[in-house]
Design a protein around this ligand. Structure first.
Ligand SMILES: [Mn+2]
Length: 369
């Protein structure tokens, strides 16, 4: 049995531009720590071959300290490592990949499909390099033939979802016709399920660790256990932190305590801890004189790495009474109703806020923003 580890999209040295300079440097440190943990895993599990399907670095101008750090870790991995440069870290002359890596690291340096042969493992790894930030041709659209005695693996940064992609599009038809036993892809950060294309297993490892609410859950890599031609895949977790989103219906809430209670329940149910940055989207209709106070709620929800609250609640009104109300209260309501029902999202938000504030003012209640 041989073990192959497939990873991609580590995006080392990402700018984390949404964070302040101290926080963003801390996140970059965590990225380097993740790489170190990955190499520890490779050594401890006696992995035989590692595939890095692009975007190992966030940029082709990644600092030499991080590149050296990576090269040293890879040198100590104890097995061959194949790298297919992606759109973020393309292979360029005198670039990050053109020197400094040890002999066990094999790097594709050309847009044309080629392969590295590992006779002792009975494996050939096929691939190509992005040589700039896009790759508009179909990489498999050429004549090539594989050694049928080998396990043939494609390791590549590619887009198999969008046919008109600028990022090395590979169509389902091309995968169906391909001779590969496994295709180790990088590029799509939220990995879709592994597909079987007429005998070719095609998988995205997803990103190693999410960097925002666009990249959910614990990132990681895929471990392949290969017996002859039989491949078993297993997801392994590398990330220590994750981003998650929860929609919570807080219908009936009359105050922040009611909302906090519901959020806490959800956190308990899902078992979120200080490894999780959570975005909570509050939905449903709440008491007409109440609007959730995001600061207060955030302060009283503990146990998370961070919380981000979005308020999409609507106020509850006794519609029948307001429809019949001949005073200015009813007129005000009827004026806003059309926008609340039919307006764009932004218009609805404004109209709901106007209704909340207006009715509070007319009822002589405190105005809460
Ligand atoms: Mn990427």
């Amino acid at each position: 049995m041989i073990k192959i580890l497939h990873c991609a999209d580590l995006h080392l040295d990402s700018p984390f531009s949404g964070l302040d300079p101290i926080q963003s440097e801390k996140r970059r440190e965590e990225q380097r720590e993740l790489l170190r943990n990955l190499v520890c895993y490779i050594r401890n599990q006696h992995v035989d071959l590692v595939l890095v399907a692009g975007d190992l670095f966030d940029s082709a101008f990644t600092g030499s300290t991080t590149v050296k750090y990576t090269a040293e870790l890879f040198k100590s991995a104890g097995c061959p490592i194949v790298i297919s440069p992606g759109n973020h870290d393309p292979y360029v002359k005198n670039g990050i990949y053109s020197s400094g890596f040890s002999k066990n690291v094999r790097i594709f340096d050309d847009e044309r499909l080629s392969f590295f042969d590992f006779e002792e493992l009975g494996v050939s790894v096929w691939g190509y390099a992005f040589t700039s930030s896009s790759y508009e041709k179909h990489p498999l659209d050429l004549e090539y033939s594989v050694n049928p005695d080998r396990l043939n693996i494609l390791c590549a940064h590619a887009d198999i979802i969008q046919s008109l992609s600028k990022y090395a599009p590979i169509s389902p038809g091309e995968l169906n016709a391909s001779p590969f036993d496994y295709a180790a892809f990088g590029h799509i950060h939220n990995a879709p399920d592994i597909g079987n294309y007429n005998g070719t297993l095609a998988a995205y490892s997803g990103c190693a660790e999410g960097r925002s609410f666009d990249e959910l859950d614990f990132g990681g890599a895929i471990l392949l256990e290969v017996e002859g031609r039989k491949i078993t895949t297993k997801k392994i977790q590398l990330a220590k932190r994750r981003y998650m989103i929860e929609k919570i219906d807080v219908t009936g809430a009359e105050n922040d305590e009611n909302v906090i209670e519901k959020i806490r329940l959800r956190i308990q149910m899902r078992n979120y801890h200080d490894d999780t940055s959570l975005r909570v989207i509050l939905q449903g209709s709440v008491a007409s004189d109440y609007a959730p106070n995001k600061q207060v709620i955030g302060k009283y929800v503990e146990d998370l790495y961070s919380i981000d609250i979005k308020d999409e609640t609507l106020p509850t009104f006794d519609e029948e009474i307001l429809m019949q109300d001949i005073s200015v209260r009813g007129e005000f309501y009827r004026t806003l109703l059309k926008t609340i029902r039919e307006g764009s999202e932004e218009e609805r938000k404004t109209a709901i806020l106007a209704l909340r504030l207006g009715l509070s003012a007319l009822d002589d209640k405190p105005i809460i923003l």
